[in-house]
Write a protein that binds this ligand. Structure first.
Ligand code: SF4
Length: 350
């Protein structure tokens, strides 16, 4: 791992990012924000999955007013996502929003920007500047001949400068683009020149499988270099999947010691039971485990327990039966149809 560059600390409704704080895991609701009940239900589901900060889209004044009701019923900080309209930002802040995602350069009139900044200062609400490859300023596209990492960074710095002029530095920046190498380059460049905490992610990354891979590569590479203070895995899927994927990425890098980590062998000609179904079942049943535990699912008794010695507990398949082992030591032999049940019972005792 690279050295982590110290970032200024930003407090998002009680969740601190920057400094030595953990990289906070975010998602975004895909409900209509005006439908308070559906939005609150989805946020509760996301909270249960471990979401630490939630964002909602605020396209109009009805949605901005709904923020007050939503806020009362949830337990994690609420970020409002606003395009252009400063009045929506003001209304959301009055209604308890914990962070506002708005680009000051898109608000227009300086007086409007000032009104947003004044209220954000007064209420200690951070602003996230979200630069996106799809909506870069025309001048920058011309200057750089298209969407480049430098163009993205210059766009972000332009928005930052507007807030700087108003002595507002309670800021988070994101630079999103679906091209992973370009995204990496842009975040690295921004990280070099600023101590502003970064919200990282690969935008429009795709469906559950493709998007998870793309995000794991992009976000994972940045995290491994010590870049990133909050993160979102954007998926065309139930947002709960974004939370699971985010924790999985952090767990792979050893940044979160929570929940179960499954290690399983790829199977080979020595496998004598349906290990693929068994591994999937173990993964499903272990999803709700809170304690940090490594579970191995191995295809054969010859190599399984030894190869998975690092695991706290595991199973190794035989013909119609399997072994349960702890730290590589075999503790019992059980028939295949009760293998997963027995494993889960043993896990409970750990
Ligand atoms: S653990 Fe056994 S079954 Fe699995 S890949 Fe290794 S040798 Fe093959």
């Amino acid at each position: 791992m690279f050295m982590r560059k110290q970032k200024r600390i930003v407090n998002i409704g009680g969740v601190k990012i920057g400094g030595d704080n953990p990289v906070a895991i975010q998602s975004m609701c895909n409900t209509d924000t005006r439908d308070v009940k559906a939005t609150v239900n989805q946020i509760h589901e996301l909270e249960n999955a471990g979401c630490e900060i939630i964002r909602v889209a605020v396209p109009d004044m009805v949605a901005a007013k709904a923020v007050a009701d939503i806020k009362k019923q949830i337990h994690i900080p609420l970020v409002v996502d606003i395009h252009f309209d400063y009045r929506l930002a003001l209304e959301c802040m009055k209604n308890g929003a914990d962070k506002v995602r708005i680009n000051p350069g898109n608000i227009g009139d300086r007086d409007r920007v000032k009104q947003v900044v004044e209220m954000a200062k007064e209420r200690e609400i951070p602003i996230r500047i979200g630069v996106n490859g799809g909506s870069l300023e025309r001048e920058l596209l011309q200057k750089y001949g298209g969407v480049t990492a430098d163009a993205l960074v210059e766009s972000a710095m332009g928005h930052v400068a507007i807030l700087d002029e108003l002595n507002f530095n309670n800021v988070v920046v994101s630079i999103k683009i679906s091209d992973v190498p370009k995204m990496l380059c842009a975040y690295r460049k921004f990280n070099e020149i600023s101590d502003i905490p970064l919200h990282i992610g690969v935008t429009e990354s795709g469906t559950l499988k493709g998007g998870t891979v793309k995000s794991a590569v992009g976000i994972g590479a940045l995290l491994a270099e010590g870049i990133g203070d909050t993160m979102r895995v954007s998926l065309t899927a139930n947002p709960v999947e974004e939370i699971y994927a985010a924790y999985d990425i952090q767990k792979v890098l050893g940044m979160r010691k929570t929940g179960a980590e499954i290690v399983s062998c790829p199977t080979c000609g020595r496998t004598q039971l349906d290990l693929i179904s068994i591994a999937n079942e173990v993964e499903k049943r272990a999803a709700n485990i809170d304690k940090p535990i490594k579970i191995a699912v191995m295809g054969c008794a010859v190599n399984g327990p030894g190869e998975a010695r690092e695991a706290d507990i595991g199973i190794a398949g035989g013909k119609g039966e399997g072994l349960i082992f702890k730290k590589g030591e075999i503790i019992k032999k059980v028939p295949q149809d009760s293998l997963v049940d027995e494993l889960m019972k043993e896990i409970e005792t750990l």
